[in-house]
Design a protein around this ligand. Structure first.
Ligand code: BGC
Length: 728
């Protein structure tokens, strides 16, 4: 940042909660210009135009951070856009600042008391004669209402191309702190892909629907003429109902509409301050002929380099993998969200931490997480609790939920494993310790029993009681997560050269307490025995007899024939089975196409991962209108098993970022071949296998400067850079 910290925060004297406020300033460039740079940010989201042209490609700038403490500034090089007489015009919409979570009035404090937006900017002009000039936001800027006459992230927008504010005014000062400003830390959100409309559908109800063939996050760019004075409306939806009609009830209170005030002239329109989660749009009041070429879906998400690829002989698994990728595209929009469509779209910590490992195979997410984790640390309470969503809206101070708050340990650790980012570990150490100490203070004799938890969210153990948090015992989950998170803290401390012996002792005591309370003879006690309980006991290394607990897990799965796990158990279920010899059971689960299973949604035509195993039932009806997202990546965590166990590409935590690779694929007679690759910081890592004539051929690629341990049914091999083939 150069000059923005000396600028003044400005706002409109008119309070308009859900509209675009346009700030303009005209200026002259009288001397020879060498460079011109604009620094800008807003409380809300903004777009900049200079002399009528859009500046930069940043969408929904400045993104979403813990606004009271951290706000990102973007610097744009605008040298080439300036002439002698210029006008800079900045539109600000409420964006994330304007939303509030349905029914939660406590979060009003989040909006600094009033739901209004504000702007700060500085334009620095450097001249050939060595002088410079800075144009700051101040009371000389003009403010008026913009053409987005309404805009709200949940409800959508109304655009009126002919709207002109009859009463432009001068901006007034907005009292705010410039110390919260920082250079952009995360990835920019930009328009990533353009998807043409696939099909026009007239539903049994007579609705006109455009299908883009893919559930996605972004917005529609449409061409429209329309009859003068009419407001054309686009409704967004993810699925069609059982009868094939448009369905939007799962968006709950989010109206998610794009409204356009027609003037009889042709226009091309897309939003500046909104996004939607959708596959289908329903057109209402559309007086034009509906033509496919007039509608394009624009996919919007954070910039992330695609790093992972996976393919195998099962088309169904390939579709599942495709759905995971689209789940990540749709929910990595500046913060890792639960879902992109309904009145939620929040940075749920639990969802983020269960998916982070898969995410880091799929895309390079280091910078994305550096920013979000800085917000997480900023939002952590002094006594250690981590809010359920980051940035925080709920204002729940006293409680952290196991498996949600553990994002504080799990996510930085994954950045270390995938990218060898040790700095982030060092930066996160205090917050990890603080959290672990909060847990210890909420525990009695090593059992974390004094906090409220989401539990094994959406599991099927108790499907008759609302399918949410009832099922696996919550103290069991919480204590298991404490053991897991404190293990990460211990490793992180040792990495930073600190003595972790105190935490080790407490962790060991907790392991003993867990075994005494929840286990006997290497098995989870009958009253606690669920798939998730056994999975955690095995996968987090708590059981003193992993073989026996894994056998119990295998029995629990095979007896009922399917998975019953929720958010907590699902990410580790297949790992716990494969790691202990139950490879066939793991494949049975991943290849199962009936409800409940991953492939059930694929068979039902899903193009993203569903929130519920039965989001839509076999007959096309929905489990509920409540909490039923069709783009919720949490169960997509299974992709880390596809890369790590099917293809067998794993990172060695003693030598991270794939400097040393662990290749250990698990094959199955129902899969003929698998191919996967990860474009790592150390080069391209590849694994493939193929079964033919009773033999399996394995081919592994180790990048230059890296080494690998290859583990196959016939033995273990240490190899260096190059391509290595084996026939077993
Ligand atoms: C979200 C979840 C989240 C949960 C908390 C839901 O409404 O969509 O994904 O983790 O609440 O349990």
């Amino acid at each position: 940042m150069k000059n923005i910290t000396n600028a003044q925060w400005i706002k409109s004297p008119k309070l308009c909660k859900e509209c675009e406020i346009r700030y303009t300033k005209s200026f002259e460039v009288k001397k020879d210009l060498v460079s011109a740079s604009l620094e800008a940010t807003a409380l809300g989201v903004y777009v900049v135009d200079i002399n009528g042209e859009r500046v930069g490609d940043y969408v929904l700038a400045p993104g979403w951070t813990a606004y009271q403490k951290r706000l990102q500034v973007e610097t744009y090089d605008v040298t080439a856009m300036l002439k002698e007489n210029n006008t800079v015009s900045i539109g600000v919409g409420p964006g994330w600042k304007g939303r509030y979570f349905t029914g939660n009035e406590r979060c009003a404090g989040y909006f600094l008391g009033v739901r209004e937006t504000a702007l700060i900017a500085a334009l620095t002009l450097e001249y050939a004669d060595g002088t410079s000039e800075v144009i700051y936001t101040d009371g000389s800027w003009t403010v008026e209402l913009g053409k987005f006459i309404s805009t709200d992230l949940y409800n959508g927008y109304t655009y009126d191309p002919n709207f002109v504010d009859a009463e432009p005014m001068k901006a007034v000062a907005f009292p705010h702190n410039n110390k919260i400003l920082l250079d952009r830390q995360g990835e920019k959100v930009i328009e990533q892909e353009r998807i043409p409309a696939k099909e026009i559908i007239i539903t049994p109800k007579g609705e006109t629907i455009v299908d883009f063939g893919q559930n996605l996050t972004g917005y529609v760019e449409f061409k429209i003429k329309g009859s003068k004075g009419e407001t054309a409306v686009i409704h967004h939806g993810e699925v069609l109902d059982a009868q094939g009609n448009f369905y939007r009830d799962n968006l709950r209170s989010a109206k998610a509409q794009a409204r356009f005030v027609c003037d009889g002239e042709e226009h091309i329109c897309k939003p500046d301050f909104d996004f939607f989660g959708f596959r289908y749009i329903k057109l209402e009041n559309w007086s034009d002929e509906v033509k496919l070429e007039n509608f394009t879906a624009i996919v919007v998400h954070s910039e992330m380099k695609r790093t992972g690829h996976f393919e195998c002989s099962s088309e169904m698994l390939n579709k599942l993998y495709h759905n995971v990728i689209w789940g990540q595209k749709g929910n990595y929009l500046d913060v890792p969200t639960d879902c992109p469509q309904r009145d939620e779209r929040l940075g749920w910590t639990g969802d983020a931490q269960v998916f982070v490992k898969a995410a880091a195979y799929n895309f390079d997410v280091e910078r994305f997480f550096i920013k979000w984790l800085a917000d997480l640390r900023a939002e952590q309470r002094p006594w250690g609790t981590i809010p359920h969503v980051i940035p925080d809206l709920f204002d729940v101070d006293e409680n952290s939920s196991a498996a949600w708050a553990d994002a504080v340990t799990v996510c930085p650790w994954q950045m270390y494993l995938s990218y060898a980012n040790k700095d982030l570990i060092a930066e996160s150490l205090d917050s990890m310790k603080n959290y672990i100490e909060y847990i210890e203070n909420s525990s009695v004799d090593g059992i974390w029993c004094k906090s409220w938890h989401f539990g094994d969210w959406l599991n099927l153990d108790a499907s008759d009681v609302g399918k949410c948090d009832i099922g696996t015992n919550k103290d069991l989950i919480a204590t298991a997560y404490y053991i897991y998170s404190s293990e990460i803290l211990i490793k992180a401390m040792e990495l930073c050269g600190e003595d972790a012996s105190e935490y080790k002792t407490k962790r060991e005591n907790s392991i003993i307490a867990f075994r005494n309370m929840f286990m006997e003879n290497g098995r989870v006690k009958p009253e606690y025995a669920t798939q998730t309980a056994a999975t955690l006991a095995v996968h987090f290394g708590i059981s003193d007899n992993a073989a026996e607990t894994a056998k119990q897990l295998n029995d629990l799965v095979t007896e009922c024939g399917h998975l019953k796990t929720g958010f907590v158990g699902t990410p580790y279920l297949l790992h716990a089975l494969t790691d202990n010899g139950y490879v066939k059971t793991a494949y049975d689960l991943i290849l199962r196409e009936d409800y409940p299973s991953w492939l059930f949604s694929v068979r039902m035509g899903a193009t993203t991962i569903w929130e519920h195993w039965d989001g839509m039932r076999e007959d096309g009806t929905m489990w509920s209108t409540e909490m039923n997202s069709f783009n919720h990546y949490a169960y997509g965590a299974v992709a880390d098993w596809m890369y790590g166990d099917m293809a067998g590409i794993k990172v060695d935590e003693k030598n991270p970022a794939y400097k040393h690779i662990l290749f250990k694929p698990y094959t199955d007679s129902r899969i003929d071949w698998v191919k996967a690759s990860v474009d790592t910081r150390n080069g391209l890592v590849k694994s493939e296998w193929k079964r033919e004539n009773g033999k399996t051929t394995y081919i592994f690629t180790v990048p230059e400067g890296c080494t690998a341990t290859v583990t196959l049914p016939d033995g273990e091999y240490e190899v260096g850079a190059g391509t290595h083939s084996y026939i077993v």
